[in-house]
Design a protein around this ligand. Structure first.
Ligand code: SDX
Length: 431
């Protein structure tokens, strides 16, 4: 529990209230207002929660001014370079890097949960072939609770553990099958001899008619993309998972809620929207037209892949992603990729343009990810599903932290009500 020494004084209508100030291990202090409504009969007001700490957490820390992202204290650039996704999953879930034996055990368990119950394939067949894969994922992940009845009791630590393993292991299979279904190809089953990232590429791109070789460098790039998206504090989809979990909903339902929230273009849907924007721009000489639109208050257009609710400096994930984009395109022999050229010139111009500099709008994680994923052969509709499968471990880690908090209670924000006051019903003939 964060320590409390100092207090903040609030004076309202001639009365003074002393509010405890809680100090974190790093980051801003927080003013504890839990007793404020009971003492002063007032709410605080913070739509979008930009100045509100909704929980105490020890998982991920972001310093938006420094452009720093730590998973359990380890910086994202070091993890992206030296670790791998399943080790990052262990770290986020358990708080420490695993020993060699712990890692082997964890990988063994995840690997043997990658298959889906054989009947689950029929959920896919109920969707139109042109359904967005995110629609399929929301539906199928929510439906998992109708199959795995032995891991629904959130009060049983062992069942929480099994549900967590199942979700981390099965999301790639579900995402890959959503893709295969959308292109009319047969589902490809996971293979236990492959790594997590190799398995995903295998399930997406192999066909029964011929052998499929997973290019190690592409598997490494895929694994790095998973790591960069794994967790990110109390973002919109994580807050959705926490709020759903606070009602006691089962973990499969909570993750389905997180997937639904991530789908939005202002959040996880930005990677798809960003690549579509880069394609719409089409060439470097059309960039000024789009930058003018982004500045125009009367134009709802925003430069997708730019800006962030927290980062007011470069998103550290974007830096790693940019290096990966160069490596993957080089490996695939894709030179002078027009989309990448537009992206790099857009970034260069935007980072010198007064509007973007003054508003501290930098490329975020979604700016380069789409370029890599497109080069690897994914359609834009698969970009957000890949974000969702990567973020599942973050959602689950945050959900476990919340469920494990004995002081936890159902989330129930209040409001600033500006509607009609009490009035009697009026019969239709008297209106
Ligand atoms: C993710 O929260 C997370 O951690 C999310 C995420 C994660 O890992 O979970 O990091 C993943 O969602 C990344 C963000 C992906 N979204 C996009 O790339 C969509 C484009 N970006 C914007 O929609 C926007 O930047 C947001 C939604 C990301 C943030 O919106 P805010 O908080 O309103 O941005 P802001 O307050 O910093 O904006 C400051 C100003 C505003 O103008 P003024 O009202 O001051 O005149 O900058 C403007 C905004 O209108 N602005 C933009 C802009 N983003 C903000 N103008 C043009 N283009 C943009 N992209």
């Amino acid at each position: 529990m964060a320590d409390t020494k100092r207090t903040a004084t609030l004076t309202l209508d001639g009365k003074t209230y002393e509010l405890p100030v809680l100090s974190p291990t790093v980051g801003p202090d927080v003013i504890d207002i839990r007793k404020l409504y009971g003492q002063a009969d007032v709410f605080t007001y913070d739509p979008g929660f930009t100045s509100t700490a909704a929980c105490e957490s020890a998982i991920t820390y972001i310093d938006g001014d420094k452009g720093e992202l730590l998973y359990r204290g380890y910086p994202i650039d070091q993890l992206a370079e030296k670790s791998h996704y399943l080790e990052v999953c262990y770290l986020l879930l358990n708080g420490e890097l695993p020993t060699r034996q712990q890692m082997e055990d964890f990988e063994y368990r995840i690997t043997r949960h990658t298959m889906l119950h054989e009947q689950i394939q029929y959920f896919f067949r109920g969707f139109r072939r042109d359904a967005h894969p995110m629609a399929t994922m929301v539906g199928v992940v929510g439906a998992l609770s109708s199959f795995y009845h032995d891991s629904l009791d959130i009060n049983d630590p062992w069942q929480r553990e099994v549900a967590s393993m199942r979700l981390i292991a099965k999301l790639p299979t579900i995402a890959a099958w959503a893709y295969k279904y959308s292109i009319g190809q047969p589902f490809v089953y996971p293979r236990n001899e492959l790594s997590y990232a190799e398995n995903f590429l295998h399930m997406c791109f192999s066909v029964p008619a011929e052998p499929y070789h997973v290019e190690p460098a592409l598997a490494k790039a895929m694994d790095r993309i998973f790591t960069l998206h794994a967790d990110h504090e109390q973002n919109a989809s994580t807050s959705t998972v926490r709020l759903a979990g606070s009602s006691g909903a089962n973990p499969f339902a909570c993750i389905a809620a997180g997937i639904a929230c991530l789908w939005g273009p202002a959040h996880g849907g930005a990677n798809q929207a960003c690549l579509e924007m880069l394609r719409e721009i089409g060439s470097v000489d059309r960039i000024p037209e789009f930058i003018a639109r982004a500045k125009d208050k009367n134009d709802p257009f925003r430069l997708m892949g730019f800006g962030h609710r927290v980062y007011k400096n470069f998103d550290p994930r974007a830096k790693v992603m940019k290096e990966s984009a160069d490596e993957v395109l080089e490996l695939l022999g894709i030179h002078n990729n027009p989309t990448l050229q537009v992206a790099k010139e857009l970034e260069r111009i935007a980072l010198h343009d007064e509007y973007f500099v003054s508003k501290k709008l930098y490329p975020n994680v979604d700016f380069y990810s789409g370029i890599i994923l497109e080069a690897m052969g994914f359609p834009t509709s698969m970009f957000t599903p890949i974000f969702a499968l990567s973020r599942t471990v973050g959602w689950i880690s945050q959900w476990k932290e919340m469920i494990g908090d004995p002081t936890g209670k159902i989330g129930r924000p209040r409001q600033l009500y500006t509607g009609a006051t009490f009035r009697d019903y009026v019969d239709v003939d008297a209106r």
